[in-house]
Structure formats: structure tokens, C-alpha cells
Design a protein around this ligand. Structure first.
Ligand code: F6P
Length: 536
């Protein structure tokens, strides 16, 4: 590995002075530096990666033994070694009936059985065969969950708005009473189904919000409301504590990590909104990406390329963040979803063997949809001192056929941004603009300096025909595998999340102090804040 890192750094030193634009003297660059899988195009021609760079990144991929690690993951080996678990979210979307063994047991029949139960439940709720306690059809569903039990279904439900033909779905995650308070205020208890989603069924935010929702149902209906409840968990025994009918409990194995769980029962609220047929298309898109990831050569393999581009920008060029910029309003929650996927998976400082990492691991992931971001933080992307590799997502066609001119404007904006980042604006061009505005002499120089865009800022673009369930499945699975490949190259465990534990423990310990108990011993800052936050 060391030799690969050194070779990549040496190569970077050689090429970092050239501009990305200069690479387009090669007329075939776009074809050479893009790849496609089932209609999903990844263009990375607007990066400083050339043939040699790609070759060296492929050598790094080989040296890190990623292909063997990938095979181990798909085969159900316990690659999550700090929790002694297999990593098989891919099993939830696996097509066909081939057996897949975990601890000697074929997990596929149970997965299929649960999906069939979900489909029946969703069909019955959507058709009105299952009714609310007063015999009427459910019009609203609230998913109560947080992290992976919220971000996935919330993001995908918004993305798939054109496919919604079931009850309205709402998502409550934050323990801030404002979240559930605002959500319940607009709803009628008699028409509302509450789905409590928690892998562990112990998460304090979810259990607290679930209790508030159950209290609201019971107070509004005047009786206990088991027909208004369902639960999703891998700790199915714990769901009894909230009195949920076992027929409405949908379980999944501990080989599915929370942030990877959207494909199974955690997707129940999504399935309620879009129906089992479109949900199946969503799974099919992800399964197609799984096949592509397992079979395509690294240089043609979208998740592998994405990972190698990520490693190039983060480890070799030293850019600390990356921006996710979907030119799709319905993908507004995608950056937040990728934040958990990427940063909870790869925000690690120790290698699998417990030693300290010698290379940087996961970058900071952030973003907002375009064109909104253009009027907010793109100033920094174009003229700030930090270089932020940008990841654009754009469809050829929108769903609003009567507004196709607006989609054209959206596409033009997306292309304009990646072009501006790469091409920039030179000082002579800026001087011309300043002169045309009537500036002269020193003032012209000053004004021109502010209008220069250095350019040469890298970006990639993901382009697809239309945001369908299939395409959404492909995109999410592709990013999951990107995170896997990057984690494999860095030699970390991408599937645990010990870093979230300390804060949870301290919150439990601090609650009595917030409620008035006098602390024995606590640091001065927290003591001062406790005093300042005393409710009067
Ligand atoms: O706090 C982090 C985390 O454990 C995530 O990994 C997980 O997605 C989230 O909390 C919610 O956990 P659960 O689904 O068990 O409620």
C-alpha cells in the first residue's frame, strides 16, 4: 500500500500544476473519463485524473485487496469485526432464490417472507382492506425513527413524490417536541397510522416520540389504538413493550446496518406511499448496481470509480470535504442521507486492527440541491480559498412535462456550474468586464481582481434519464458501494459507529442535572451552561 500511496503522491506532484481544461486537448477525454451502468452516467472528465492517475488508483484498489473484501461482504462473511456481524443489506434487494448463508442458515426465505408480509400490509392499508379503528381508510402515516430509521425512507419518499398514490407519509425524528408537535397538529388521529421504526428499539428519541404519538392516539380516540400502530425492528421482542400486535411487526437481521436498512422493513413507509410495485423497481435498480459493482472492471465500475475519485481528491489532493449537489428538488434530503451513510461509516481514526490510521479517512460530506445552493454557498466554491470537489446529479427529463422549459433551465444551470468551476475566468477577461463597466487605471485593476475565477476546480456529474424508482435504487446502492470501497482502501470498519455512543451515554447522565439535580462533579463549562439553561 505504501508504495501505491507514494506513487500517487509523486504523480500528483507532477500533474498538479496543469489545468483540468488542458486535458481536453485529448478529444476523446469525455469518453475515456466517463462510465455508464444501466443508463446511469458518471462523468469525471472535469477532474485532474489522467490515464496514469487512473492506473495508479487501480493499483491501490488491488493492493488494498478490495475485490476479495467485496466478495467477502456479498458472501456474508462477518466483516463487521467489532460487532461480529455480516454485512448483508444487499440481501434485502437480492433478486432470485439462490441461498445465502449466515451462520449456516439460509437467510433468503425469511427476507422474502417478511417482504411478502410488508407487501400485503401495504396493499391492505392502501386499498382500505385494513382500516382505522372506526372502519375508515388511513390517510396519513407517521414514521417515527431517527438516523438510518428516518433518513433513508424520508429521503426516498421525497424523491419518489411522483409515484405517491397511497397515504401521505410524515417523518418524525428529532427528540425536540417541536417535531412531533408540529406533525401531529395537522393530523387526524382517526385516520393516522404510526409506524415505529428502530433497529434496536431502544433509541431514546424514537421511544420518546413513540410514546407521545401513542398518548396522542389514545387521547384523541378515547381508547387504546393497536390498529393504528406498526413497528419495524431487528429486536422484534422489544416491540411488545409498546403493545404492538406481532402481525404488524416487521423484523430484519442484525446483518443489516441502520444506515443501510432502507431496502427492507425500514422502507415500510416508502412502500406505503408508492406501493409494492414501485418499491420492487427501487430494489431492482439497487440489485442492478450490485451486479455491476461485482462484475465490472475497476476502470468501468461506477462505485469503484467514485471511490477512487474520492481518494484522489481527499488523500492525494488534500481536499477535506466534498459537496453533493443534486439538481433535483426531490433529492433535497440526499446530502443529509449521504452524510450519515458516508460519515457514520468512514469517520474513523483506527484501522481494523486497532492501530492508528496513517492516512486520512472519510471526508466531510455536505450539500444542498441546485439551483438553491447557487444563491447561497457557491460563491465559496468558485472564489473561496478552499477547493471543494463537487458532485452534481441531474436528470435529462423532469416529471413535470408541462414545465419542461424549467427543466431545461435547471440543466443549463447545472452544466454552467461545472463549466464555471473548471474553466473559470481569467484576469484579462475580468479586465475587459471591468473596462466595459467604465472602470479605469488602478480602480480597473482592483475591480477586475474581484471578478477573476481561478477555475480548475474539480467536479463530477451523474446524469440519468429521469428520477425513477429504478434510478434512485441505482444511485443509492452506488454510493453505498463507494463508501465500502473507500473504507476498504483505508483499512477501516465501515459498518460500526462507536463514535455515537459517548454522547448518548452522557445525555442520559445529564438529564437529571437538567431537571434540577445538583451535580457532584462536572466541568466548569457544562456547569455554567446547566445554570444558564435552567427553566424558570
Ligand atoms: O446513533 C446512531 C444510530 O445508532 C444509527 O446508526 C442508527 O441508524 C440510528 O442511531 C437509529 O438507531 P435505531 O434504528 O436502532 O433506532
Amino acid at each position: 500500500m505504501k508504495a501505491c500511496w507514494a506513487a500517487l503522491k509523486q504523480h500528483h506532484e507532477k500533474v498538479c500544476a496543469r489545468t483540468i481544461l488542458s486535458l481536453f486537448t485529448d478529444e476523446d477525454r469525455f469518453d475515456a473519463r466517463s462510465a455508464v451502468s444501466d443508463g446511469l452516467l458518471l462523468d469525471y472528465s472535469k477532474t485532474n485524473i489522467d490515464g496514469t492517475g487512473l492506473e495508479l488508483l487501480c493499483e491501490l484498489f488491488d493492493a488494498a485487496d478490495v475485490a476479495a473484501k467485496r466478495a467477502a461482504m456479498f458472501a456474508g462473511e462477518k466483516i463487521n469485526t467489532t460487532e461480529n456481524r455480516a454485512v448483508l443489506h444487499t440481501a434485502l434487494r437480492r433478486q432470485g432464490d439462490d441461498p445465502l448463508l449466515v451462520d449456516g442458515e439460509n437467510i433468503m426465505p425469511e427476507i422474502h417472507k417478511t417482504r411478502a408480509r410488508m407487501e400485503q400490509f401495504c396493499t391492505d392499508i392502501r386499498s382500505g382492506a385494513i382500516t382505522a379503528s372506526d372502519g375508515t381508510t388511513f390517510t396519513d402515516v407517521i414514521n417515527i425513527g431517527i438516523g438510518g430509521s428516518d433518513l433513508g425512507p424520508a429521503m426516498a419518499a421525497m424523491a419518489m413524490a411522483p409515484c405517491h398514490d397511497g397515504p401521505r407519509v410524515h417523518f418524525v425524528s428529532n427528540v425536540d417536541g417541536a417535531h412531533i408537535g408540529d406533525t401531529l397538529r395537522g393530523l387526524e388521529a382517526a385516520r393516522t397510522l404510526v409506524v415505529i421504526t428502530s433497529k434496536t428499539f431502544t433509541t431514546i428519541e424514537t421511544m420518546t416520540n413513540a410514546k407521545a404519538a401513542i398518548d396522542w392516539l389514545e387521547a384523541s380516540l378515547g381508547h387504546a389504538a393497536p390498529t393504528h400502530l406498526a413497528a419495524v425492528s431487528s429486536a422484534t421482542d422489544k416491540t411488545q413493550t409498546l403493545g404492538i400486535d406481532p402481525a404488524r411487526v416487521f423484523g430484519f437481521g442484525d446483518y443489516v446496518g441502520g444506515r443501510y436498512s432502507l431496502w427492507g422493513p425500514v422502507g415500510l413507509s416508502l412502500m406505503l406511499a408508492i406501493g409494492p410495485h414501485d418499491f420492487a423497481r427501487f430494489l431492482a435498480g439497487a440489485a442492478a448496481m450490485d451486479r455491476h459493482f461485482q462484475t465490472a472492471e475497476p476502470r468501468d465500475n461506477l462505485p469503484v470509480l467514485l471511490a477512487m475519485i474520492g481518494v484522489w481528491h481527499h488523500n492525494i489532493c488534500g481536499y477535506p470535504t466534498r459537496a453533493i449537489l443534486p439538481y433535483d428538488q426531490r433529492l433535497s434530503r440526499l446530502p443529509a442521507y449521504f452524510q450519515q451513510l458516508d460519515m457514520e461509516s468512514n469517520g474513523k481514526s483506527v484501522a481494523l486492527d486497532g492501530s492508528e490510521l496513517e492516512t486520512a479517512s472519510g471526508p466531510i460530506v455536505w450539500g444542498e440541491p441546485g439551483t438553491n445552493g447557487q444563491h447561497a454557498f457557491y460563491q465559496l466554491l468558485h472564489q473561496g480559498t478552499a477547493v471543494v470537489p463537487a458532485e452534481f446529479l441531474i436528470a435529462a427529463r423532469g416529471h413535470e412535462e408541462n414545465l419542461s422549459h424549467q427543466h431545461d433551465l435547471l440543466k443549463a444551470n447545472c452544466l454552467a456550474q461545472s463549466q464555471a468551476l473548471m474553466v473559470g475566468r481569467t484576469l484579462p477577461q475580468a479586465r475587459e468586464i471591468a473596462a466595459a463597466l467604465g472602470f479605469e487605471g488602478d480602480e480597473l485593476d482592483r475591480q477586475a481582481a474581484h471578478r477573476v475565477f481561478v477555475g480548475n476546480r474539480p467536479s463530477i456529474t451523474l446524469a440519468y434519464d429521469k428520477l425513477t424508482p429504478f434510478t434512485l435504487g441505482q444511485i443509492i446502492a452506488m454510493y453505498e458501494h463507494r463508501v465500502f470501497v473507500e473504507g476498504a482502501i483505508w483499512g477501516i470498519n465501515s459498518f460500526d459507529q462507536w463514535g455515537v455512543e459517548l454522547g448518548k451515554e452522557l445525555a442520559v447522565a445529564l438529564l437529571p442535572l437538567v431537571q434540577g439535580e445538583v451535580p457532584d462533579q462536572i466541568n466548569g463549562s457544562t456547569a455554567g451552561l446547566l445554570q444558564a439553561l435552567k427553566a424558570t
